[in-house]
Ligand binder design. Structure first.
Ligand code: SF4
Length: 268
C-alpha cells in the first residue's frame, strides 16, 4: 500500500516527536525560561506511539524519525526504539538528538535497533556552543558523537543551523570537523513558523515542498500534514487510520505559516 497526496507526492516519512521537553535552551527554539510543558496525561504513551506507527507503516510509511524536544530525555526511549524496530516495513529508523545524553545511550540505541542518527551541532567552539544553547556543554555532545560512531549508528549526519549562509565561520568549522570524521552535514537556515520563513535544507530533503513526503506526529497525538501550517488532526479522537487518511488528503501544496506550532512541540 502507498500514500499519495493531492499533488501526487508519495508520503512515506513519519516524524515522531516523543516529548516537548529538552535539556537545552537553544536561542532560536526556546525562550530561556523554557516553555509551559504538556501535562503527562496529554503525552502519547509508548504503546500509543507504537500502535500508531504500526498502522502508519501498514498504509505506506517506511521511514520513521524520532525527534523531540530532545528524544533522549523521554523515559523508556530505548524500549520505544526496540518496539518500533520490530515493525515490518520500516526501512529507515533514525533519530535527531542534541547529543547531550548520546554517550550514555548510543550502544543501547544500536542494540535496540536504531539504524542511524542525526546530531544537532551548530558550532564546535565551546563558548559559541554555550551561547547558542544557553546551558550546553559541547564536550558531552562530542563524546556522544564518538560513542555513536563506535556503536555503528551510521551514517552520522550533523544538523548545523545557520543564520543565512554555510560560509558563516561556525558553520565552516563544523563542516571541517565533519570532513575530518567522515560525517555528512546539513545546513538548516533559521526558520520562523509565525512569519512562514523557511528554506530548503542544504544537503538534505527538508523545506522542499514540491518533494515533501512527510507527516509529523506531535507528542500529544496531533498529526500535522505540514510544519508551516496550523492544520492538525487528533489521532486519539479520529482514530489512527482516519487521521492518516485525512492528513494526506489535506496536505497543502506548500507551507505558509504556523501560529500554533512550536519547534519543541512539533520536532522541526
Ligand atoms: S513546509 Fe510543509 S509542505 Fe513544505 S516541505 Fe515543509 S512540511 Fe513539507
Amino acid at each position: 500500500m502507498s500514500l499519495c497526496d493531492p499533488f501526487s507526492r508519495r508520503i512515506n516519512y513519519l516524524r515522531i516527536s516523543v516529548t516537548d521537553r529538552c535539556n537545552l535552551r537553544c536561542v532560536y527554539c526556546m525562550p530561556e525560561e523554557g516553555v509551559t510543558l504538556k501535562r503527562h496525561e496529554e503525552i502519547l504513551s509508548l504503546e500509543e506511539i507504537e500502535a500508531f506507527t504500526r498502522v502508519a507503516v501498514s498504509m505506506g510509511i517506511n521511514k520513521v524519525r524520532i525527534t523531540g524536544g530532545e528524544p533522549l530525555v523521554r523515559k523508556g526511549i530505548t524500549t520505544l526504539v526496540s518496539r518500533l524496530s520490530l515493525i515490518n516495513g520500516i526501512t529507515d529508523l533514525t533519530m535527531t538528538t542534541n547529543g547531550i545524553l548520546l554517550a550514555q545511550y548510543a550502544h543501547e540505541l544500536k542494540a535496540a535497533g536504531l539504524h542511524r542518527i542525526n546530531v544537532s551541532l551548530d558550532s564546535v567552539d565551546p563558548e559559541r556552543f554555550r551561547e547558542i544553547t544557553r546551558i550546553g556543554d559541547i564536550s558531552l555532545v562530542l563524546a556522544g558523537i564518538d560513542a555513536a560512531q563506535e556503536a555503528g549508528l551510521l551514517p552520522i549526519k550533523l544538523n548545523c543551523v545557520i543564520t543565512k549562509s554555510a560560509s558563516e565561520p561556525h558553520a565552516v568549522a563544523v563542516a571541517e570537523y565533519a570532513r575530518q570524521r567522515g560525517f555528512e552535514i546539513r545546513y538548516i537556515r533559521q526558520m520562523d513558523l509565525c512569519s512562514g520563513s523557511f528554506w530548503v535544507v542544504q544537503g538534505g530533503e527538508g523545506g522542499n515542498c514540491s518533494r515533501c513526503n512527510k507527516l509529523r506526529l506531535t507528542s500529544t497525538g496531533g498529526l500535522r500534514p505540514c510544519l508551516f501550517s496550523d492544520v492538525e488532526y487528533d489521532i486519539r479522537a479520529l482514530g489512527y487510520e482516519e487521521a492518516i487518511k485525512v492528513s494526506v488528503e489535506c496536505k497543502p501544496e506548500r507551507g505558509t505559516i504556523s501560529k500554533s506550532g512550536s519547534f519543541n512541540g512539533i520536532g522541526g
